[in-house]
Design a protein around this ligand. Structure first.
Ligand code: ATP
Ligand code: MG
Length: 403
């Protein structure tokens, strides 16, 4: 019997064909490696029925684990603010079950004002995203201060994109902020009390002593007869020097204490300070105060007065200015207090604290004064183009009876 033993032989590949196959194999290996390492989460296969997209479960899983382990809420919203996806952390924040959260509207966790803010934010969110703070209302009605970070995701063929959202609990940050504000407030109060004490000591003790020495030197100058020559001249010089010292100590104690403000009121006290500054330094000061509807609260008056003193000290020390303008008035819902000089200016953006506390304490204390009365202070300056200090205090904080 004849056994047919004919081995089927594979056709031999040509050298060019072999190179092409090797390159295809290398490409396939690389794709496999990328899939295994999670670098790829979808594959497009071009077949007879056109390109088909396959999502890879394994790769998606890596992100899902990451998002679930986050200590922040993570969501994706449709353009109509419907929740497509939320992690467990967000469900905990709103004290609800995840199944109830997903598919519902995100708006239900916001107050009417915050819904409006969300709508406006969604309209203007650009590719780089944006952040804002709201109060999240949980299912039991409790409120949680949060920061929302928005970022547009895929557009899915429509004009409006789905949105990725990260929700950060701000309770701790708010508490720290409040503690810091209370501390700042206390520092300013202590500083004010200390200034008062030093002013009192200067006025009641040092000035009295200087005056006593001044009278003695006056008596000495008068007792010495003209033919005692240089001794009499020295006694007269001594008396003059002491007289100037008494004036300077008086000026310092006057500026330290709040009496001038209490006696004259803000506008007159600013006029007094500006005139004294102008006479002493030769720098012209223009003061413009527009009538406010209601008198300012005492703590605001004190804050503005101290800011002016500190700003004028800086003009004298650093600015080499010829003119200073001081303006107090209303700007929309704010009281605006601004001090400009036309001096050398400085780079206010230099350093991490943008001009605050560049070695000195003046700018820092001005910021603190503004914050203490619920306001903000903005410093604008650049080398060789003068300096502007602008304080804005909401009217609601600012006046004794705001109207
Ligand atoms: N009006 C100004 N013109 C030019 N430079 C200024 C002006 N105000 C502040 N600066 C600059 O900012 C720095 C910080 O000012 P700040 O008042 O905080 O400190 P200081 O005046 O140096 O010291 P201190 O106020 O504690 O006596 C100054 O050293 C100066 O370089
Ligand atoms: Mg200073």
């Amino acid at each position: 019997m004849k056994r047919a033993s004919q081995k089927s032989r594979a056709p031999r590949a040509q050298p060019g064909e072999l190179a092409r196959l090797r390159s295809a194999l290398a490409e396939a290996n690389e794709a496999l490696r990328a899939i295994r390492s999670g670098e790829v989460d979808a594959v497009v296969v071009v077949g007879k029925r056109g390109p088909q997209v396959f999502t890879l479960q394994g790769a998606e899983q890596v992100y899902r684990v990451l998002i679930e382990s986050m200590n922040e809420g993570a969501l994706t919203l449709t353009p109509d603010k419907m929740i497509l996806y939320a992690n467990h952390c967000f469900a905990r924040m709103v004290k609800s079950r995840l199944e109830k959260v997903i598919g519902g509207s995100f708006r239900r966790y916001l107050s009417a004002d915050d819904r409006l803010m969300l709508r406006k934010s969604l309209k203007r969110v650009g590719a780089s995203g944006l952040k804002f703070q709201v109060l999240l209302i949980a299912s039991d009605g409790s409120k949680l201060p949060v920061q929302i970070s928005l970022k547009p995701l895929a557009k899915n063929g429509t004009r409006r994109a789905t949105v990725g959202m990260v929700v950060t609990d701000m309770t701790e940050a708010r508490r720290t902020e409040e503690m810091l504000r209370a501390l700042t407030h206390r520092v300013v109060q202590v500083q004010e009390a200390e200034r008062g004490r030093v002013a009192y000591e200067l006025h009641d003790n040092i000035t009295q002593l200087i005056c006593a020495v001044l009278f003695r030197s006056q008596a000495l100058a008068e007792k010495l007869s003209p033919h005692e020559g240089t001794s009499k001249i020295e006694a007269i010089k001594l008396r003059e020097l002491l007289s100037r010292t008494a004036e300077e100590v008086d000026r310092i104690s006057h500026n330290l204490g709040p009496n001038v403000l209490e006696n004259l009121g803000l506008v007159a006290a600013m006029g007094d300070t500006s005139a004294e500054f102008e006479n002493r330094t030769g720098v012209s000061v223009k003061l413009t105060c527009t009538q406010l509807k209601a008198p300012l609260a005492a703590d605001i008056e004190l804050a503005f007065f101290r800011i002016l003193q500190e700003a004028l000290r800086n003009v004298e020390k650093h600015a080499s200015a010829r003119n200073v303008s001081v303006r107090l008035g209303r700007q929309g819902e704010f009281i605006r207090f601004a001090i400009n000089d036309d001096g050398v200016g400085f780079n206010a953006d230099r350093g991490p604290d943008k001009g605050k506390g560049r070695g000195g304490l003046g700018l820092l204390s001005m910021h603190e004064r503004a914050i203490c009365v619920g306001g903000t202070l903005t410093l604008s300056s650049a080398d060789r183009s003068g300096t502007e200090i602008e304080v804005l205090v909401p009217l609601a904080h600012g006046s004794v009876a705001s109207n």
